[in-house]
Design a protein around this ligand. Structure first.
Ligand code: AMP
Ligand code: ZN
Length: 139
């Protein structure tokens, strides 16, 4: 089945575009979390962060930064912004072409992250050291 975001890039599916450059494209999310919710996607098809080329990856954040600045200047309600990327279904990904969500936030908007039960304990130094070591060793 065709990738809907590749279809948008190709111009075969409609989208309300807000930004384009050599490596990325940004458009309005069709089911916005808040008014002004934008998606930034790489032009190359990459399903997730692991498949993204370094070049596309390096282009996404500057594009997001431009859109974040535009959102602040636009006069839309935007007291803050969350950047969010879901990778794999378990993390909430539903469209398998990598994308960064840019979500304008206002006080009391009802959106947020839900923390797991028991969250709020500072981890021990020993545990953090062991985890950091494993991640360093895997690079
Ligand atoms: P995620 O669940 O992180 O994979 O996010 C996918 C996002 O794509 C959702 O917020 C959808 O509302 C959005 N979306 C799906 N189809 C379209 C479309 N055709 N145009 C714009 N946004 C879309
Ligand atoms: Zn795609």
């Amino acid at each position: 089945m065709a990738c809907i975001f590749c279809e948008i890039i190709a111009g075969r599916m409609p989208a309300h575009r807000v930004y384009e450059d050599e490596f990325c494209l940004a458009f309005m999310d069709i089911m916005p979390i808040s008014s002004g919710h934008v998606l930034v996607i790489p032009r190359e098809h990459a399903a997730n962060i692991w498949e993204l080329s370094q070049q596309a990856s390096a282009a996404l954040l500057p594009a997001a930064q431009k859109i974040a600045t535009a959102l602040q200047k636009s006069g839309l309600p935007c007291e803050g912004i969350n950047l969010f990327m879901a990778n794999n279904a378990v993390a909430g990904q539903s469209v398998f072409h990598a994308h960064l969500h840019i979500v304008p936030r206002v006080q009391g908007d009802g959106f947020g992250l839900r923390f797991p039960p028991g969250y709020g304990q500072t981890a021990s130094n020993a545990a953090l050291q062991e985890l950091a070591q494993r991640i360093r060793a895997a690079q």
